[in-house]
Design a protein around this ligand. Sequence first.
Ligand code: SF4
Length: 352
Amino acid sequence: MVHDSLGGPASAGLACHASPPPPDSDMLAAYHRLSIYEVRGIMTLLTQDSLATDARDRPLPIVRTRCDGQTIKFSQRTADGHEFESVIVPMGEPGNAWRTLCVSSQVGCARACTFCQTGRMGLIRNLTVDEIVGQADAARQKFGVSIRNVVFMGMGEPMDNLDNVVAAIRQFHEDRRNQIARRRITVSTAGRCDGIRRLGQLGWKRMGLAVSLNAPNDDIRSQIMPINKSDPMDKLRAAIADYPIRAGGHVLIEYVLIAGLNDRPDHARQLAEYLRGLPTCVNLIPYNPCDGIDYRTPGAEVVDEFQQILMAAGQLAFRRNTKGRNALGACGQLGHPPPQVASSGQPLKVIS
Ligand code: SF4
């Protein structure tokens, strides 16, 4: 009976989708020991895998591309007419260059950080697992690049779509096309503490965690990041302290420097004090100007002084090279301000 089912219509369908190699004698012997139900289960899994592969051969259409010669920002459109963005960032030096893909996890974002273009859109919807992973497929197929690192720093708060983000990380890691090691994947959050703890429970110590902090104290943070009202800095510090990281590793602290707001020398001292004893590295990001947002970029000497104060206090800190600024793909620059309009011409529903 088992043999009949292997040779019947089900296997013909399988061959059509997946064309597996002929089973060797050990495999056939194993099949003969399985029940019809077990064989049907295997067939279903293999067929689903091949269908998923077919879908991944056709990533969502790219409707906009912007390139500054190195960095490429592209937008894909979902079947229901929403757009989301990804950025391909060249890294390394000539002779040892690679690409990092900055992926989106949502269309828009509910978190409304005041310095962020995406935050002005409101949340439109979560991206599915295929829409997240498909960003790498689109980058590979359309631009012919191979992706070595993936960072969840595009549109959206990954912790607000954590089930799909975790499933996507599994696919990035396990999928035969990507095979991106978890140590080459970083999830960035605005500081949702229950999400940090859930992610920590997975025990993926080699995967990177980045926290977008952007302020040295609760007063300033609450002004620019509404999430600070539910997840203030003490609570956030405890979540970071409990997060499991590999020996010698660190949590990346992202700090967007905004002129006159969070860039003073006493802010640097406060920040160093807040982070004292935590395994962290601060990434200083001079604010990237955005249309319609009235913040200014601090001067280079202000950024240098801020970094020097952190370093003198024993806090590891570096300044991000602003690759991507010309492609409007740097931090806080993905997305469009409202109103968003679907391909139908109707305004999109904002549910934040
Ligand atoms: S910075 Fe991140 S969390 Fe904040 S609004 Fe923008 S996308 Fe959302």
